[in-house]
Design a protein around this ligand. Structure first.
Ligand code: COA
Ligand code: AMP
Length: 625
C-alpha cells in the first residue's frame, strides 16, 4: 500500500491515536490526553481536556524558536501600489499591541469582535489579536451590504467592530465607514466601540464611539497570550444557507490548529521559511485557513494580496507576485484562472516572469472544470491540484497529498478523501450509490478535528440543516460520485446555494429581497452557468395583479434592490418579468428544471408539474431565445 492508503487507514481505524499523534505538532498549555469526546452525540468535541492559544502557535512559538526575523506576512497591494513585509517578531508585536487595544475596550475571553475590513494586513492582525486574548472573531466579507452586516452583528452580538475607512476594488474606492454606520443603525445590537483604520484613499468621519486604529495602538499595552480550552470557539464565520438567514459556523481552536498543522506539510507541501500565496479574501474560509492561520502555524510566509487577478494593472499580477516573493504554492479559485485566461488566452504575461519557485497550483472553492485544469497545467507545467471543502469543514475534505504521496490526477476530480473524512455517496433512500453513480455526498460522523462543532447559538439548526437527512451522516449539500478507483467527483450543489466566482451565495436570500418589492407577487432565483464566474444568479418575477410596469425599468429596480440589500457580491444582473412560474401540483417552484433548461439541457417535463404550458412559455426566456 502507498503512504496515502496507510495514513488514511490509520485515521479511520484508530482516530484517537492518529489525532493525538498529529496534536504533537502543536504547542499546548495543557496537552490533551484524549482526542475525541463523543459523550454528547451528535455534538462531538476534539481534545476536550487540552488547553492552548492559537496565536501563540501562529506567532510567539516561532519567535521563541529563533525565527523571529523570518517574513511572516507580506501585504502586496497593486491597487494602492504598496508592499509591506512583517517578520514574525513584527507581526507578534503588532498583534500583541492590538490585543491590548481590544482588552482596553473591554473585550475579554469569549467576547465577540466583528471584523469588516478589506485585504489589509490589519485584518490578520485583528483576527490574531482576538485569538491572543481568547475573544471570538467574526470576519464579514467586504462585498456584503449593510443589511447583511447588520444580520451578522445581531447574531454575534460583538463588543467591538473593527473596520476601515475604505476598500479598493480595482480603481474604485469603496467607502466602508458609511456602510458600517448604516449597519449599526439597522442592527438591534449596538457594539460598544468601533475601531477604524483610516486609509489615505478616503478619510472617514469619526463619531463618539469610533476609535482611531493608529491612535489606539500608540498608547496600548501589549497583551500576552491567554490559554483557552481547545474546545473554546476561535471564530464564527457566517455562510449562506438555503434561506436568507446566514449560518454562523463555529470553529474551535484546538482541533483546527491540529488539522491545519497537518495539512501544511502533507497537502500543500509548505514548511517553515517557504511561501504560500492564497489569492482569496479573509472574509471567506479559504482566507481564514490558508491566508492567516495555517501558513503562520506552519512557520511559513503568507502573501496577503489586495487586488484582483486581472484589471489593475493587468492579468499578470499573480505571476509578478510569485516571482517577487518566490512563492512555492499558489492557491486560488478556478474562476481567477478563467478570468486570467480571458484576458491573456496564450498566457503571454506569465512568460515575462521567473516562475521557477512555483511548484504547485491548488484550486478550490468551486468545481474545477477540466478545460481550466488543462489550460493552467499546460501554462505552468506543474501539478494543478483540485481540492474540495466547505466553510463548515475548515480544511480540505478531499485532495491530493502533495507533500506525502502525490496520486495520479484525474481532471474533474479533487482526488480522494483526506485523513479523518469518511466520504460516502448515498442514493435518495440512503443506500450506498454504485461506483460512478451520482448521489448525495455525505460524511460519516464524527467529523474530524477542525470541522464545525455546531452553529453559533443554534444547535437545533445545526442538527436540522446537516444531520437530519441521513442518520449518522453530515449532509454536505453537494452531489457527485465516487469512481471505481475511489476518486471523488463533486458535480454541484443539490440545494439552493450557488457558487458565483468562488463566492457562496443563497438564491433563497435573493428571493426574499425580490419578494419584498411591492410590485412582485412571486419570484424565483436560479444559478445559471457562466463562462467566467462558473455560475451567476438570474431572477424571474411575476407581477401582482393589476400592476402595469415597464419590464426593463422594474428589472433595473430589482437588480439595484438586491445590490443594496445583499451586496455587490451577489452579482445579480438579470431579472425577467414573466407571466407565471412552473410549479408542482403541491405548489413548489420547479427551480431545478428551470436551471437545467437555462443551461441548455434537454430537461424532461417533470411528471409532478401542475401545468406544462407554463414551462413551455418560459422556455425561450430561460434560453434567451
Ligand atoms: N468589497 C466591496 N465590493 C466587493 C468586494 C469587497 N471586498 N469584493 C467584490 N466586490 C464587488 C466587486 O467590485 C463587484 O462589483 P461590481 O458589480 O460593481 O463590479 C461585485 O462585488 C462582484 O464581485 P466578483 O464576483 O468578485 O466579480 P469581479 O468581476 O469583481 O471579479 C473575479 C471576478 C473572478 C476576478 C474575482 O471574483 C476573483 O478573483 N475570484 C477568485 C478568488 C476568490 O476570491 N475566491 C473566493 C474563494 S476561494
Ligand atoms: P464555501 O463554503 O464558500 O467554501 O463553499 C463550499 C462549496 O463550494 C461546496 O459545498 C461546493 O459546492 C463548492 N466547492 C468547493 N470546492 C469545490 C471543488 N473543488 N469542487 C467542486 N465544488 C467545490
Amino acid at each position: 500500500m502507498g503512504a496515502y492508503e496507510d495514513v488514511f487507514r490509520a485515521s479511520t481505524d484508530d482516530p484517537e491515536t492518529f489525532w493525538l499523534q498529529a496534536a504533537r505538532a502543536v504547542d499546548w498549555h495543557v496537552a490533551p490526553t484524549r482526542a475525541l469526546d463523543a459523550t454528547r452525540q451528535p455534538f462531538y468535541r476534539w481534545f476536550p481536556d487540552g488547553e492552548l492559544n492559537v496565536c501563540h502557535n501562529a506567532l510567539d512559538r516561532h519567535v521563541d524558536a529563533g525565527r523571529g526575523a523570518q517574513p511572516a506576512l507580506i501585504h502586496d497591494s497593486p491597487v494602492t501600489g504598496t508592499q509591506r513585509t512583517y517578520t514574525y517578531v513584527e507581526l507578534r508585536d503588532e498583534v500583541a499591541r492590538f490585543a491590548g487595544v481590544l482588552a482596553g475596550l473591554g473585550v475579554g475571553r469569549g467576547d465577540r469582535v466583528v471584523i469588516y475590513l478589506p485585504m489589509v494586513p490589519e485584518a490578520a492582525v485583528a483576527m490574531l489579536a482576538c485569538a491572543r486574548i481568547g475573544a471570538v472573531h467574526s470576519v464579514v466579507f467586504g462585498g456584503f451590504a449593510p443589511k447583511e452586516l447588520a444580520a451578522r452583528i445581531d447574531d454575534a452580538t460583538p463588543t467591538v467592530v473593527v473596520s476601515a475607512s475604505c476598500g479598493i476594488e480595482g480603481k474604485r474606492v469603496i467607502e466602508y465607514k458609511p456602510l458600517l454606520d448604516r449597519a449599526i443603525e439597522l442592527a438591534a445590537h449596538t457594539p460598544a466601540k468601533r475601531v477604524i483604520l483610516q486609509r489615505p484613499q478616503a478619510v472617514a468621519a469619526m463619531g463618539p464611539d469610533d476609535v482611531d486604529w493608529v491612535e489606539a495602538m500608540a498608547t496600548a499595552t501589549p497583551a500576552a497570550c491567554v490559554p483557552v480550552a481547545a474546545t473554546d470557539p476561535l471564530y464564527i464565520l457566517y455562510t449562506s444557507g438555503t434561506t436568507g438567514k446566514p449560518k454562523g459556523v463555529v470553529r474551535d481552536g484546538g482541533g483546527y490548529t491540529v488539522a491545519l498543522a497537518w495539512t501544511m506539510p502533507n497537502m500543500f507541501d509548505v514548511g517553515p521559511g517557504e511561501t504560500i500565496f492564497t489569492a482569496s479574501d479573509v472574509g471567506w474560509v479559504v482566507g481564514h485557513s490558508y491566508i492567516v492561520y495555517a501558513p503562520l502555524i506552519a512557520g511559513a510566509t503568507s502573501v496577503l494580496y489586495e487586488g484582483k487577478p486581472v484589471g489593475t494593472p493587468d492579468a499578470g499580477q499573480f505571476w509578478r507576485v510569485v516571482a517577487e516573493h518566490r512563492v512555492k504554492s499558489l492557491f486560488t479559485a478556478p474562476t481567477a484562472f478563467r478570468a486570467i485566461k480571458k484576458e491573456d488566452p496564450a498566457g503571454a504575461l506569465a512568460a515575462g516572469y521567473d516562475l521557477s519557485s512555483l511548484e504547485y497550483l491548488f484550486l478550490a472553492g468551486e468545481r474545477l472544470d477540466p478545460e481550466t485544469y488543462r489550460w493552467a497545467s499546460d501554462l505552468l507545467g506543474i501539478p494543478v491540484i483540485d481540492h474540495w471543502w466547505q466553510t463548515e469543514t475548515g480544511w480540505p475534505i478531499a485532495g491530493n497529498l502533495m507533500g506525502l504521496d502525490p496520486l495520479q490526477i484525474k481532471p474533474g476530480s479533487p482526488t480522494k478523501p483526506l485523513p479523518g473524512w469518511d466520504v460516502r455517496v448515498l442514493d435518495i433512500s440512503g443506500r450506498p450509490a454504485e461506483p460512478g453513480v451520482d448521489g448525495a455526498i455525505v460524511l460519516r460522523l464524527p467529523l474530524p478535528p477542525g470541522s464545525l462543532p455546531t452553529l453559533w447559538n443554534d444547535d437545533a439548526r445545526f442538527v436540522a440543516s446537516y444531520l437530519s437527512a441521513f442518520d449518522g451522516y453530515y449532509l454536505t449539500g453537494d452531489g457527485g460520485h465516487i469512481d471505481a478507483d475511489g476518486y471523488l467527483f463533486v458535480m454541484g450543489r443539490t440545494d439552493d446555494v450557488i457558487n458565483v466566482a468562488g463566492h457562496r451565495l443563497s438564491t433563497g436570500g435573493m428571493e426574499e429581497v425580490l419578494a419584498s418589492h411591492p410590485d412582485v407577487a412571486e419570484c424565483a432565483v436560479i444559478g445559471v452557468a457562466d463562462p467566467m464566474k462558473g455560475q451567476v444568479p438570474r431572477g424571474f418575477v411575476v407581477l401582482k395583479a393589476g400592476v402595469d410596469r415597464d419590464a426593463d425599468e422594474l428589472a433595473a429596480e430589482l437588480v439595484a434592490l438586491v445590490r443594496d440589500q445583499v451586496g455587490a457580491v451577489a452579482s445579480l444582473r438579470e431579472v425577467a418579468v414573466v407571466a407565471s412560474l412552473p410549479k408542482t401540483r403541491s405548489g413548489k417552484i420547479l427551480r431545478k428544471t428551470m436551471r437545467g433548461i437555462a443551461d441548455g439541457a434537454d430537461e424532461p417535463v417533470p411528471s409532478t408539474i401542475d401545468d406544462a404550458t407554463v414551462l413551455d412559455a418560459l422556455r425561450p426566456v430561460l434560453r434567451r431565445e
